[in-house]
Design a protein around this ligand. Sequence first.
Ligand SMILES: Nc1nc2c(ncn2[C@@H]2O[C@@H]3COP(=O)(O)O[C@H]4[C@@H](O)[C@H](n5cnc6c(=O)[nH]c(N)nc65)O[C@@H]4COP(=O)(O)O[C@H]3[C@H]2O)c(=O)[nH]1
Length: 773
Amino acid sequence: MNCKWLGVAPSTGRALRIVVPYMAAAGLWIGLSDAIALWLAADAGVYARLQAWKGTGFVLATGLLLHVLMREQFVRIERSHAKARNLATRLRRMLESLDDLIFVFDDRLRFADAYYPDHSAQLMPPEHFMGRTADEMGMPAEIGRALERVRDECSTQPIDYALDMKGGRFWYSAKLSPMTDENGKFVGVIAVVRDITGLKSSEQRFRRLFEDLNNVAVQGYDADRRVVFWNTASEALYGYSREEALGRRFEELIIPPAFRDEAIRMHDDWVVKDKPIPSGELELLHRDGELIPVFCCHTMLRNERGEAEMYCVDVDLRELRETQAQLRRAATHDPLTGLPNRMLARDRFDQAMALAVREQTLLALLFVDLDHFKIINDTLGHGVGDRFLQEIGRRLPSCLRESDTISRQGGDEFLVVLPGLRDRGAVAAIAQKIIETVQEPCDIDGRALTCSCSIGIALQPDDGGDFDSLLLRADTAMYQAKASGRNTFRFFTAQMNADAHERLVMLSHLRQAVQRGELELHYQPQVELATGRVVGAEALLRWQCAELGSVPPARFIPLAEESGLIIPIGEWVLREACRQARAWYDQGLELAVMAVNVSALQFHRGDPVEMVGRILRETGLPAECLELELTESLLVQDGSGTTLNTLRRLKALGLRIAIDDFGTGYSSLAYLRRFPIDKLKIDRAFVRDLASDPEDAAIVNLIVDLGRILKLKTVAEGVEDHGQLAFLCERGCNDGQGYLFARPMPAAAFAAWLGSGPLLPGQPGQDCPPHAA
Ligand SMILES: Nc1nc2c(ncn2[C@@H]2O[C@@H]3COP(=O)(O)O[C@H]4[C@@H](O)[C@H](n5cnc6c(=O)[nH]c(N)nc65)O[C@@H]4COP(=O)(O)O[C@H]3[C@H]2O)c(=O)[nH]1
């Protein structure tokens, strides 16, 4: 039955659809049943009974109908209640499963309902605040104010707030929205609240991190370029404290004047046109005006009001730049002296070369090598050697012009590039200045060390047109300077090339000389001047090379020393001299001592004491018959005491020590007193001009006197004539050695000479009065 036309509510219509048919059926029943009862009833008694049954039947039928209808209605109501309950439960579960908290306030802004997850343990159960306002619950006043704004303005309000509860301070972000009924009347507020404690703490942690970052300067600028963030590293990097920087524009602080307009334009472009500023290296201004290299990254963020804020992250590049400079320096400079290394010297040479060719000037390459630097290193240790080299490296530039280059090649070698010179004379003057500068004493730990140098010079264009060939030639010339007695310089000549080649050839032959039996010892007698008695012999090495013929010791000994060959050769000499002395001893030839030359290298490499002891044992020569001749330079620089120790151990074997070529080196009373020396050999250079050179005569006098005072024997070398002999006898020199007595002779000749009795010219023993001490 459609009841729309009646204008009644649907529920009334639905009730009418049941009641109207019922009324019709019931009216029809009442009318018809009475007529039927009258028709059927034969008497009043029957009629009365029929009426009673009819009434009972009616009550039963309508009761049954009512029951059916009510039951159906109750079932429906129950179902709809169950559905509603089910829905409410699902809705609650749904709301409670959200991470957000939901609170419902009634129209008087009192808590009316609450949904929040089980794990919000910090919140009190809803029944505690139901019916109470936020203010009554002791919540922050801004919540109450926000709720009132929602009610009054009927608008949604966001709010962030903090609550101190059990477990600490919790942060929430809420969205408060109005609720209205179907007529738009305000009925309450629904609040969707999010726990942002984790977010806030990570935000705070990150903020703290950025504030405290040590090496990364972070600054934030608002859209007006004013500082809103300035961390500790920014304070350190740019010199402004946070308080000083906040609120000031970046161009007032760190942007250099020349870059200000561009920086402002780039910033505005980003804010307005969303055109980012690329990352890159910049130089920004420190408060004190220093330009600081930084690597700068930029990012644009929005604050809580949605306004643009540019953040800059600056990394200080000063240390990196410094390291790069150091690396560049390390690649081009010698770490010990700080001088340019060979690579840089080559580079400078190439530049100078181009200029020299263009301007047709002379370009010189000087190869400077310290003389006997090895001795300093070996005797005083590498620490002292290094400091000596540093001192030389510090001095050398003082001899040169700005445009010149001095570099350390390594070891004790230096290279000098001299551009723009007029002639050889100018080069020679500089070389001489270098020699003089190097040989000035150098004070290391209170010890005055001296060292000379030898310099080889090659010139462009005469000697070559590139670095390598000039270097080779300067090296060759340097070698010649060494061969000429050291402490001098030499210009490269074509002859030197031939000499260098010859040296190479000689060296290759010398390597095989011992095995090929090409070495031989000659012996030169040493004579006691007072008696004419032969008191000893000096063993002198001779080399009869199959290819080169007889090579004088002055040529091959330096080569053997440079190449290290002197070690095996020296051992051979010592063994052979001892063997020969023992043989003569066994033959009854009177020979008090066999003198053997020992080079400095033999002394510093290996164990000379062991070697000498072993050879004495092998040959059976009594130790007192052996005399080792050492050069002065070996003793002079014995800072570590190694030489002294070795000499003492050698002396302990029972042998004697003589100082060869005395007076030519760094004669010093100090070492004469310190070392266990037996003899001084006066260099033949002083003996040669005794008659003509009063200075030489004075030196010889001095050495003889020194020997007497220190109780050392003196031996004069190179005695060639009677005048020299007379002088030496008169001065009281003990022994002599020289052509006047005999030249060095092979062993057989020496034995024959010795056996033939005193052959001394003029019988010096008779001419010379015995020395009166
Ligand atoms: N003008 C002149 N010279 C005289 C006279 N008397 C001797 N001589 C020479 O003077 C040198 C003396 O040897 P030296 O000073 O030790 O000087 C030696 C020594 O330093 C070195 N030498 C020689 N043999 C050896 C050796 O076996 N080992 C080492 N390490 N060096 C040696 O070679 C240098 C030269 O040796 P030599 O040519 O044999 O030259 C010898 C000898 O022949 C003289 O009256 N007048």
